[in-house]
Design a protein around this ligand. Structure first.
Ligand code: DLL
Length: 458
């Protein structure tokens, strides 16, 4: 079992421990050799899945024809639609009796799909979570409050067993009941919080409502993931809770959390690329984008036993970095996810990601990170224009009887949105706590257009 070399100083910023030194610092040539060996073994194994077998037969693919990592491009893509078509277990590569656990994707878009794990998959998953948790400062002496949902969602159980693997104490608080979260936090003094970034803000809000200064809470750092968030939101969480906030990424189809996560350098998330081959492709041409450019992440899970996937189209947009990280880990890194290609709104012909609105709002003093984007298309089909409304909560002290002040604030927000996203929006200032709060993934867009009669997101 890998062991983290822990430092005396437990501040995450100065933390340099590595959970699995051999795997995480493997020099590039050995890493690539390992990836190739694992890819060949995967192609040999995965040919039993009917979906892949028919493609392999048509394109004359066999393990012997995978000679270099570039041959990955010969392999077929797998989409969410394919998983749905072969629901629930058409992609299983082990007998049902070997399945040790089943989780489900959150169904961000459409019906959820199931994901199966063998015992070995569960051990691997715990180890991969341990890698990013340790990279972001977790040590065995810490206590961690997990405020992710425990259930079909992979967040709760995935992180839970990762923390257990590191040897830290777990408070499985699960998502929701913010008052109780705060009581637990004040009684048990956890140093670490794990949840979605939006729930971290909800916890800070909840504390203020109870007259507690969120900065006085015992939390010193947090691992947040499960939904897109901006760098400005990171700063907001860090300031409000007086903590360090680390990003981690994953998706259930591939394993859950544990695909990648930040180290103390926080210059991108280290991809566990001895287990996941990640490509960054243009969503339309499906060709690789130039190094460092944004594109859709496409992931091959090399070592999953129960349900490995070839070239899974995540729809998540991010950049890849290959330059060395000062932390000593040698993996590929990815930027934060700026949106999903299927979350992209096209409004009056302009592409808009919700994260751009978040970025704009957090640049204007007096606004909060609680917002809702509404898109309408009033009028008759074919003769109507899209309308974009952004509702944003502002701090109580910003509310004023003076119409001119409120109008000036609306205008500042509107021009920031225009500067960042190139689109005009109607801005509505709403009272603190009037918009819905989320305990899991935040839902920030209501699109009321009937998109069958006009431009569509791809
Ligand atoms: O959200 C797995 C996870 C749980 C990751 C907890 C990290 C922490 P799903 O429910 O299948 O799995 O949703 C996966 O969530 O394709 C992204 O669109 C989004 N996502 C996950 N982590 C991040 C992140 C889990 N750090 C989908 N930044 C993914 C941006 C994220 N988006």
């Amino acid at each position: 079992m890998p062991t983290a070399e822990c430092m005396q100083d437990s501040s995450p910023a100065s933390h340099t421990a590595i959970w699995d030194t051999e795997a995480e610092t493997l020099p590039t040539p050995q890493r690539q050799a390992l990836q190739l060996e694992r890819l060949q073994a995967l192609v040999a194994r995965i040919g039993q899945v009917p979906f892949y077998r028919s493609h392999f037969l048509r394109h004359d693919i066999s393990p012997a024809r995978i000679r270099t990592l570039d041959d990955l491009h010969r392999l077929p893509f797998t989409t969410k639609e394919d998983l749905r078509r072969h629901h629930p277990f058409g992609f299983l590569t082990v007998p049902r009796s070997d399945v040790a656990r089943i989780h489900g994707s959150s169904g961000t878009t459409g019906t959820p799909t199931f994901v199966a794990y063998t015992k070995k998959d569960l051990t691997l998953w715990a180890d991969l979570c341990a890698r990013f948790l340790v990279a972001g400062g977790l040590q065995p002496q810490h206590t961690v409050q997990v405020a992710f949902g425990y259930g079909l969602f992979t967040g709760g159980f995935g992180l839970h067993y990762g923390i257990e693997r590191v040897g830290a104490a777990i408070i499985p608080a699960a998502a929701g009941n913010t008052r109780r979260q705060l009581t637990i936090m004040r009684e048990l003094n956890p140093e670490v919080l794990i949840c979605t970034p939006s729930y971290a803000l909800t916890i800070a809000d909840g504390a203020r409502e109870l007259g507690i200064d969120p900065r006085s809470l015992p939390i010193r750092f947090g691992h947040f993931g499960g939904e897109p968030w901006t760098e400005d939101l990171r700063l907001e969480i860090e300031q409000q809770l007086d903590i360090q906030a680390f990003n981690n990424y994953g998706l259930s189809e591939v394993i859950g959390p544990g695909v990648s996560g930040e180290c103390s350098e926080r210059t991108g998330m280290h991809i566990q690329d001895d287990h996941f081959l990640v490509e960054c492709l243009d969503s339309e041409t499906l060709e690789p984008v130039p190094e460092g450019e944004p594109g859709e992440l496409v992931i091959t899970s090399l070592t999953r036993e129960a349900m490995p996937l070839l070239r899974y189209r995540t729809r998540d947009i991010a950049r890849l970095y290959r330059d060395p990280c000062p932390c000593g880990r040698t993996s590929l890194r990815m930027s934060r996810v700026t949106g999903r290609s299927d979350d992209m709104l096209i409004i009056r012909g302009v592409n808009l990601f919700p994260s751009q609105i978040e970025e704009a709002l957090l640049r204007v003093e007096g606004t909060t990170a609680h917002y809702l984007i509404e898109v309408d298309r009033p009028g008759t089909p074919g003769r109507s224009m899209d309308e974009l409304t952004v509702k944003v909560e502002i701090h109580r002290e910003m509310f004023s009887d003076r119409m001119d002040r409120m109008q000036a604030l609306r205008e500042r927000i509107g021009s920031e949105i225009h500067a960042i996203a190139g689109i005009r929006a109607r801005v509505e200032l709403v009272e603190p706590r009037s918009l819905e709060r989320f305990v899991g993934k935040a839902k920030r867009v209501i699109d009321r257009r009937n998109l069958n009669d006009g431009p569509k997101a791809p």
